[in-house]
Design a protein around this ligand. Structure first.
Ligand code: NDP
Length: 315
């Protein structure tokens, strides 16, 4: 690994969703001179949503991407040093903590706040990846518009899939919904809504075998996992709504996580198993996963980091 440059900072924040930017606002105001690396998706998951109606302070709602620009501007105005770059490796074995950005720049930090969020899961089919962006999507709210008046399919049976199927049912002629078991995981009320929608067709015990199409989605080949019968449904869009996974892989060697990779924090705090390393937002929260809870936990992480650094006489 090229190790051409290194830089020492007091407080390094990794991630640029509501958690990372809120941590940056608090850390900057506490004179911790935070440096924030945005990762590959500056603004995080909210940049791939449309209207946000449940973030307090926006009485008329706000577009997700616009809200994240506001978050960034506020953090920058407070003095946070916001940079484009992806943390690719860490070494938390000793102080100062080492974090490599884009595999070459080395940052040495007295405190680290992990706010790397979570990403959509994929089925893992070659055709799904090849046609990603050409009819395959993991965000109905972002891409449903392109399939107005057309037939689409969706896979998943949780609340997200139910919500997205209902969203698509308002735009599309038919929504073919694949459920791999004989029941849905979604909450009762969402299940009822899905089952009542006249143009959502449910396929129980069914899985996607292949997304059919050269340069764009033309159909979906599905298989009933009880009978092994296959059929091909002509669709223009295929939505994958099978959950999310935390972006925590680079921390695995050092930080305690649950079996799904969510970082464990000490209840009531943002503290991880390593003193001086804190976690906030969706990377440590599989329950609430809201912008406002992520922002709240980013605030906690900055306050915890400040206490830690001031106890050490660093800030
Ligand atoms: P979940 O983990 O709850 O559900 C994932 C779904 O995808 C499950 O039904 C699962 O099937 C299915 N699945 C996973 N892998 C595959 C695969 N390879 N092939 C086919 N199907 C697959 O994720 P969600 O994103 O739906 O929800 C996450 C959390 O967020 C939940 O706690 C949910 O309640 C919450 N949420 C709440 C909302 C609300 O209240 N408005 C809206 C959205 C989410 P199986 O059931 O067989 O495991």
């Amino acid at each position: 690994m090229a190790n051409t440059e290194s830089e020492r900072v007091h407080c390094l924040i990794i991630g640029s969703g509501p958690a990372g930017y809120t941590a940056a606002v608090y850390a900057a105001r506490a004179n911790m001179k935070p440096v924030l690396y945005q990762g590959i998706q500056p603004g995080g998951q909210l940049t791939i949503t449309t209207e946000v109606e449940n973030y307090p302070g926006y009485p008329d709602g706000v577009q997700g991407p616009e809200m994240m620009v506001d978050f960034e501007k506020q953090a920058a105005r407070m003095g946070a040093d916001i940079r484009y770059g992806l943390a690719t490796k860490v070494d938390f074995s000793q102080q100062p903590f080492k974090v490599w950005i884009d595999e070459e720049k080395l940052i040495e930090a007295d405190a680290v706040i992990i706010a790397t969020g979570a990403s959509a899961k994929w089925l893992g089919l070659e055709s799904e990846q090849r046609l990603n962006g050409y009819g395959v999507s993991a965000c109905a709210v972002c891409d449903g518009f392109f399939f107005r008046g057309k037939e689409v399919a969706i896979v998943g049976a949780g609340d997200t899939a139910a919500e997205e199927a209902l969203y698509l049912s308002k735009l599309c002629t038919t929504v073919h919904m694949l459920i791999r078991r004989g029941e849905m995981r979604a909450s009762k009320v969402m299940q009822e809504r899905v089952q009542k929608a006249a143009n959502i067709k449910i396929y129980w015990n069914s899985e996607a075998d292949e997304v059919v199409g050269e340069n764009k989605v033309e159909a979906l080949r599905i298989r009933n996992n009880k009978t092994n019968d296959t059929q091909t449904i002509p669709v223009s869009g295929f939505f994958v709504a099978i959950g999310h996974e935390p972006n925590s892989a680079i921390f695995k060697e050092w930080i305690d996580m649950d079996e799904a990779g969510y970082i464990k924090t000490i209840p009531g705090s943002s503290k991880t198993n390593i003193e001086g390393v804190f976690a906030a937002g969706d990377v440590q929260d599989k329950i609430y996963r809201q912008a406002v809870t992520a922002a709240g936990s980013g605030c906690m992480a900055a306050l915890d980091a400040e206490r830690y650094l001031s106890a050490k006489g660093i800030v």
